[in-house]
Ligand binder design. Structure first.
Ligand code: C2O
Ligand code: CU
Ligand code: CU
Length: 513
C-alpha cells in the first residue's frame, strides 16, 4: 500500500512518572494493554499492544545507582492477534498472552531479568516454570546509556515486539552531565522499526513463509525472518521533524525484527558518534554512515547549523537480506527540516574526550569458548537456526563463573549475519577473522584465510550486541558479573531467537573469587 512520506511529525514518547518514591526505591507501575494508534495520516488506527497503551512505550529516565522497582501488569486480551506457531518449544495453548519484560543491556539480578520461561499471562493467572516475582528490580549500577525494555516471552518474542511491546530506558550519570552535550528538546530518541500494513491499517505478519509450497507446514508456521516494507520512527511511518540550525543529540535504536540499517544523510551531513550500547565512547567518531543491527544503539550528534532552510533526508542503504534498499520504500527513514528559528546560541559542545576511564580493569582470561552459529532443518523441512548446534531445551553448556572473564570465539558457519546478544554483560569486541568454511564443515578444522581485523572505531566501546558476519570468527571478551543465576544469550533476529537460536547462560557462584 502506498503511504505518502514525511506527512506526520516525529512524536517523542512520554517520560514515565514514578508511582511513588519509597525510601531508597523508586516505584513504577506499567500496564500492557491493547491499544489503537494512528501510525500514519492516511492509515486507520492500528491495533497494537503497548506498555501503558502506547507504542513505543513510555521512556524511563533514571540515575546511575538509583534502585527502581517496576510492577509490570498484563491486561492484554485473551487471544493474541498475531499468528502463534504452537509447534515450536511445546508452545502449548494458554488463555491470554504470555509476556515477560526484559531490560536489554542492563545489569539486572537474574530474578528480574525477564527469563523467557518466567512469563505470565493476564493478572498473573498463569505463569511459566521460572516465574519468580510480580515486581522487577533494576539497580542501575552501570554507566549512563540508552537501554530498551521489550517483551521476551518464550517462542512469541517476535510477535510481542512486533505488536508494540517496546520502550526506551535512559540511565544518566555525572560524567555524562558534565559534558555539555545537547540536552532537553535537543536530545531526541529515534526508535526505528519496520512494519507492514493491510489496507484497513492492521498489522501484517505472515502466517506462513511466503514461498510455502509444502502442504505439511503447520498453520500458523514460524517464518525464517521478517522484514516490514514500511519504516517507522517513534511509532510514525516515515515522519519528519522540524529542527533549529544547531547541534542535536540523537539516541538511535534499531527495534526491528530482523532488518539491519545503514543510515546516512542524503545531503552528506555526518554523524559524530559519541556512544554505543553500553555508554560513552572514549572519543567521538565521525561517520558518513552508521550500520545498526537489531537491538543495537548509537548515540550521535548531528550539527544542522549552516544549513538553515534546508530539508535533508535520513536514508537507508540496506534492503532486507542481501538485497539493496528499494528506492521507493525501505531506502527512507525520515526527514529533517531546518526551519525552526534558532532559539538561543548553541552552547553545547562535542568534547574531544568523552570518557576518561578504561572500559575494563585489567583482567585475567579464565575461559575461552568456541561457539558456532549455524542452521539445521526440522521435521517439516523448515530451517532451525542454532547456537553450537544445540536447542534451547538441551542441557546448559555456557556456565561462566561469577566474576570471571571469558573470551567467546563466535564462529559463523552460515550465509547471513547474526546480531548476537548476551544478557547481564557489556562486553568488548576483540576482532573478526575470515576462515575456510569447507575445511570447517569437513572436520571442524578452523583454518583462517586472512588476518584478524579489529572492530571499527565506533564499536570499540561497551557493547551488548555484536554483528557476527558470515564465514568469520568474531571474538568478544566479557566479565560475567555482578550477579549469578539464570540468564540467556541469543541472536537478536527475533525469528531466530524464537526458533531456536537462544541458549541458557548460567552464571555460577564459585568458591574462590
Ligand atoms: Cu533485547 Cu534477550 O534481548
Ligand atoms: Cu538483553
Ligand atoms: Cu540469527
Amino acid at each position: 500500500m502506498e503511504l505518502e512520506k514525511f506527512v506526520d511529525p516525529l512524536p517523542i514518547p512520554e517520560v514515565l512518572i514514578p508511582h511513588e518514591r519509597m525510601g531508597s526505591k523508586t516505584y513504577y507501575e506499567v500496564t500492557m494493554k491493547e491499544c489503537y494508534q494512528k501510525l500514519h495520516r492516511d492509515l486507520p488506527p492500528t491495533r497494537l499492544y503497548g506498555y501503558n497503551g502506547s507504542f513505543p512505550g513510555p521512556t524511563f529516565e533514571v540515575k546511575k545507582h538509583e534502585l527502581i522497582a517496576v510492577k509490570w501488569l498484563n491486561k492484554l486480551p485473551d487471544r493474541h492477534f498475531l499468528p502463534i506457531d504452537h509447534t515450536i518449544h511445546d508452545n502449548h495453548h494458554v488463555d491470554g498472552v504470555k509476556t515477560v519484560v526484559h531490560l536489554h543491556g542492563a545489569k539486572t539480578p537474574a530474578d528480574s531479568d525477564g527469563y523467557p520461561e518466567a512469563w505470565f499471562t493476564k493478572d498473573f493467572k498463569e505463569t511459566g516454570p521460572y516465574f519468580k516475582s510480580e515486581i522487577s528490580e533494576y539497580p542501575n549500577d552501570q554507566d549512563a546509556t540508552a537501554l530498551w525494555y521489550h517483551d521476551h516471552a518464550m517462542a512469541i518474542t517476535r510477535l510481542n515486539i512486533y505488536a508494540g511491546l517496546v520502550g526506551l530506558y535512559f540511565i544518566r550519570d555525572r560524567e555524562e552531565q558534565s559534558l555539555n552535550l545537547p540536552k532537553k528538546e535537543y536530545e531526541i530518541p529515534l526508535f526505528i522499526q519496520d512494519k507492514s500494513f493491510r489496507e484497513d491499517g492492521s498489522l501484517l505478519y505472515p502466517r506462513q513463509p511466503n514461498n510455502n509450497t509444502s502442504v505439511n507446514l503447520p498453520d500458523p508456521s514460524i517464518i525464517p525472518s521478517f522484514c516490514g516494507d514500511t519504516i517507522l520512527v517513534n511509532g510514525k511511518v516515515w515522519p519528519y521533524a522540524e529542527v533549529e540550525p544547531r547541534k542535536y543529540r540523537f539516541r538511535i535504536l534499531n527495534g526491528s525484527n530482523r532488518r539491519i540499517y545503514e543510515l546516512y544523510f542524503d545531503s552528506g551531513l555526518i554523524f559524530q558518534q559519541i556512544g554505543s550500547d553500553g555508554g560513552l565512547l572514549n572519543h567521538p567518531v565521525k561517520a558518513q554512515s552508521l550500520t545498526i543491527a537489531p537491538a543495537e544503539r548509537c548515540d550521535v550528534i548531528v550539527d544542522f547549523s549552516n544549513i538553515e532552510g534546508k530539508t535533508i533526508t535520513l536514508k537507508n542503504r540496506l534492503g532486507c537480506g542481501a538485497q539493496e534498499a528499494d528506492s521507493d520504500r525501505d531506502a527512507y527513514i525520515m526527514q529533517f527540516r531546518v526551519l525552526k528559528p534558532l532559539k538561543s546560541k548553541d552552547m553545547s559542545t562535542i568534547p574531544k574526550v568523552l570518557r576518561k576511564r578504561p572500559y575494563f580493569d585489567k583482567q585475567q582470561v579464565h575461559t575461552i569458548r568456541k561457539l558456532t552459529l549455524g542452521a539445521n532443518s526440522d521435521q517439516y523441512g523448515r530451517p532451525v537456526f542454532l547456537l553450537n548446534n544445540k536447542r534451547w531445551s538441551d542441557p546448559v553448556t555456557e556456565k561462566p563463573g561469577l566474576g570471571k572473564t571469558e573470551i567467546w570465539s563466535i564462529i559463523n558457519t552460515g550465509r547471513g549475519i547474526h546480531p548476537i546478544h548476551l544478557h547481564l554483560v557489556q562486553f568488548r569486541i576483540l576482532d573478526s577473522r575470515p576462515f575456510d568454511m569447507d575445511r570447517f564443515r569437513e572436520n571442524r578444522e578452523l583454518v583462517f584465510t586472512g588476518p584478524a581485523t579489529p572492530p571499527p572505531p565506533n564499536e570499540r566501546g561497551l557493547k551488548d550486541t555484536v554483528k557476527v558476519p558470515p564465514r568469520s570468527v568474531t571474538r568478544i571478551m566479557a566479565n560475567f558479573s555482578p550477579y549469578s543465576g539464570k540468564y540467556v544469550w541469543h541472536c537478536h533476529i527475533l525469528e531466530h531467537e524464537d526458533y531456536d537460536m537462544m541458549r541458557p547462560l548460567d552464571i555460577i557462584k564459585t568458591h574462590h573469587r
